[in-house]
Design a protein around this ligand. Structure first.
Ligand SMILES: O=C(O)CCC(=O)C(=O)O
Ligand SMILES: [Fe+2]
Length: 305
């Protein structure tokens, strides 16, 4: 709390669906003008994500060479969080430094499906390159089925930078409706008590009706997935490594955004302001506190880094 004074959603509330929903409603109510503006959705593009499924792959023929080069760059890695989780090494991209990233994040082919799925114009919460060596397993991490518990709904856009096949530790998911069914059964049987618990395969597989899906795609495509509502894992040990660009979109009421003191920096276009303006990484006060917490090794973990 010392480091997150404007973030009660991070520090006070338990990570349950009810408190996430509650926070979302309160937060939007406290920022009525922004919330209303976000309800005017962009026009629909050809491909849209179904809420029952909670995921989709679109082959957009994107040129990812800029990001491939970044991910392979030694200097970039050296200045990054690259070694935080050994099985999923991440490197944050600063929006200010990467024009191709800003362009990609407001591309209507990305934004429209995300906005329609969320029901409001999204906030970009994070942009990272993930490298998965796929050479070890750590019990209790995101290599086991889990929900992310970030918002009531979120959309992660995963852009493969190398070909993702069954040999490169693909993201593996259950569709949203199937995940909800499985979750209710796990709760009912007393296997788990809360939504944030990582779940073993052998607990899940006897309960399923639909099969899990290994999401495979190559550079140029984008995988949309609601990791708050689809059980998922990724980066399990596999013969080949994997590198992706991951953009995370949430609603303006997400519990990991500040509840007050929102003074975003200015952006060039209305679209940039709407998508990047609430990115918590631009709340410099909060960020400097987090840097301090890190320096003192008190950083409470994933998320605001
Ligand atoms: O490794 C992956 O693809 C999934 C990672 C994940 O689920 C997470 O970090 O929450
Ligand atoms: Fe996850």
């Amino acid at each position: 709390m010392r480091y997150y004074p404007a973030y009660p959603g991070r520090t006070f509330l338990p990570r349950t669906k009810t408190s996430t929903k509650f926070f979302n409603i309160v937060s939007r109510a406290l920022h009525p003008i922004d919330s209303l503006a976000r309800m005017r959705l962009p026009s629909r593009t050809d491909t849209q994500i179904s809420r029952a499924k909670g995921w989709m792959v679109a082959d957009l023929g994107l040129d990812m060479s800029y990001f491939v080069a970044l991910g392979s760059d030694e200097i970039f890695r050296a200045n990054s969080l690259w070694n935080k989780k050994p099985f999923l090494q991440s490197s944050r991209l600063e929006l200010e430094d990467h024009e191709p990233l800003r362009k990609l994040a407001v591309d209507p082919r990305i934004l429209s499906p995300v906005a329609h799925y969320l029901g409001s114009k999204p906030v970009l919460a994070d942009a990272v390159i993930w490298y998965s060596p796929n050479d070890q397993e750590l019990v209790g991490g995101s290599q086991f089925y889990h929900f992310d518990n970030f918002d009531t709904r979120q959309v992660r856009c995963v852009f493969p930078l190398t070909e993702i096949t069954e040999r490169s530790g693909p993201l593996t998911i259950f569709e949203a409706d199937e995940s909800e069914r499985i979750y209710r059964k796990l709760i009912k049987s007393g296997r788990i008590k809360r939504r944030s618990t990582k779940v073993l395969d052998e607990w899940i597989y006897p309960l399923t009706i639909k099969d899990p899906i290994q999401v495979m795609a190559g550079p140029g495509s984008v995988i949309f997935v609601d990791t708050d509502n689809c059980f998922h894992y990724g980066s399990r040990p596999a013969p080949e490594s994997r590198m992706v660009l991951m953009l995370e979109f949430c609603t303006s009421g997400a519990r990991d955004l500040p509840l007050w003191g929102r003074k975003p920096k200015t952006w060039n276009t209305a679209s940039e302001r709407s998508v990047f303006g609430l990115n918590h990484l631009f709340f410099y006060k909060a960020r400097s506190r987090v840097d301090k917490a890190r320096a003192e090794s008190l950083d409470p973990g994933d998320g605001l880094e």
